[in-house]
Ligand binder design. Structure first.
Ligand SMILES: Cc1cc2nc3c(=O)[nH]c(=O)nc-3n(C[C@H](O)[C@H](O)[C@H](O)COP(=O)(O)OP(=O)(O)OC[C@H]3O[C@@H](n4cnc5c(N)ncnc54)[C@H](O)[C@@H]3O)c2cc1C
Length: 398
């Protein structure tokens, strides 16, 4: 792939790599590499460094803080971020930011975009409900107009990082009598508003990423509505396309493949044989790399189309499905490569005394938690089955 990059982009890549190496905080890097959960302060520290450099939101229009880089530079940049295993909050950058600069009023842009960039507002996404996930338009959280406010009542679920969030963007029903998609509005809600309760949902590997959010008579100023009343579905769909295109995780998987190969190359028995000597395993690694390369080219094509003003459209569904399948295959193979050493090392167990001293070598620490955590990726951002339905309709015309 690198062979195809023009010389100036090879230099760009080297400059970016050197800069990340020098500026990604060592303490955050150490935690990330050890598979520890990052705190809000950890994640924000890198967010602020990127913002100060002007590199936080390369894909945004320049007037709102984008870099103006062509797709190839943006691609190289995201690849370098993943290569260095960095982490940044996604909801402001990939979701609500693009909605605000596309659908927001001048006042909303001025009020919310600068603090989103500076890290003073951390966002969460209040779309899903206990009875509305794939069938999102059936959502029931109700907003009733009361003068210059809405009174919001209902429940959201799976709300990632709501426990960190200062603000949330919520889909609410403003017209219960209209056809499902036509009675929905898009509200920005201060998470400190009276009547909001955030309750943790602990995931299978022991992590706390997602929450339930209860809204009980929450007063939301009408000026916090994005786009017209009952037209929130338009903004919601636009946001989902942005969410999916970021989900492919090509650069992260490339880093994962390199790690897999180094793990599989460890000596496995007294005779010094490694898993990479196993023809079947070697073939599966090769297949994974080929699929990843194909996905990478598809992502580059999507970026080029976006640059020409088209997109992201149904191809974001394709990127989501293939990207998450590859990511999951990769974590399965890492489990295989770390074999029984992976079993006892669950996030949270040492603190609770289950296995106070992790058993097995350090390289196996993250294998099981990451494997279990990655199961989420074929569900969130719209499940992979739903993405296939979208492709069948939009691409194949079925
Ligand atoms: C870790 C994680 C983080 C998340 N973060 C957020 C967040 O921050 N904000 C937010 O709003 N939501 C979030 N979600 C919610 C996510 O978007 C939903 O889980 C997802 O849309 C699926 O909805 P559901 O869980 O209600 O499953 P359901 O819709 O009940 O689906 C159950 C199963 O049926 C299948 N299915 C349903 N309908 C069809 C169909 N028509 N055709 C074929 N198969 C179908 C699905 O693919 C799935 O396998 C998150 C989810 C997870 C797991």
């Amino acid at each position: 792939m690198d062979l195809d990059f023009p010389q100036e982009y090879v230099k760009f890549r080297d400059d970016v790599r050197t800069w990340i190496e020098a500026n990604y905080p060592a303490s955050v890097r150490a935690k990330q590499n050890a598979g520890e959960t990052l705190s809000k302060a950890d994640i924000l520290s890198w967010h602020k460094i990127l913002n100060a450099k002007g590199w936080l939101v390369p894909s945004w229009p320049k007037e709102y803080g984008g870099t103006g880089w062509p797709p190839i530079a943006r691609y190289i940049f995201s690849e370098e971020l993943a290569r260095a295993n960095t982490s940044a909050p996604a909801f402001g950058i990939h979701m609500i930011g693009p909605v605000l600069y596309t659908f927001g009023t001048p006042e909303q842009k001025a009020r919310f975009l600068p603090p989103t960039l500076s890290g003073d507002i951390w966002w969460c996404q209040g779309y899903s409900e206990p009875g509305a996930g794939s069938d999102l338009a059936s959502l029931k959280t109700r907003a009733v107009r009361d003068g210059d406010h809405y009174i919001v009542n209902g429940q959201k679920t799976w709300t990632t990082q709501a426990h960190f969030a200062d603000w949330g963007f919520f889909l609410v029903r403003t017209d219960p009598n209209a056809k499902q998609q036509e009675g929905i509005s898009f509200l920005l809600i201060d998470m400190k508003s009276p009547g909001i309760t955030v309750r943790p949902l602990i995931t299978i590997e022991g992590g706390h990423e997602v929450n339930e959010v209860f809204l009980n008579d929450v007063r939301v100023p009408v000026e916090n509505r994005v786009h017209e009343e009952n037209k929130g579905w338009t903004a919601a769909k636009f946001l989902l396309a942005h969410e999916r295109s970021g989900i492919a995780g090509v650069a992260r998987s490339k880093r994962g493949v390199e790690r897999l190969k180094s793990l599989a190359n460890l000596e496995r028995n007294g005779e010094g044989a490694s898993l990479l000597d196993d023809q079947d395993f070697k073939r599966r690694v090769a297949e994974l790399e080929i699929d990843l390369a194909a996905l990478e080219y598809t992502e580059l094509r999507t970026l080029a189309a976006e640059n020409a003003g088209h997109g992201p459209g149904p191809e974001s569904s394709l990127l989501k499905v293939r990207g998450t399948e590859i990511g999951q295959r990769l974590t399965e193979m890492v489990l295989e490569a770390t074999h029984h050493y992976a079993a006892p090392n669950f996030r949270g167990f040492p603190k609770e005394g289950g296995n106070a001293i992790p058993i097995g070598p350090d390289y196996a620490n993250r294998a099981a938690p990451v494997y279990f955590n990655m199961r989420k990726t074929s569900i969130f951002g719209g499940s992979n089955e739903i993405q296939r339905n979208i492709m069948a309709k939009a691409v194949l015309g079925l």
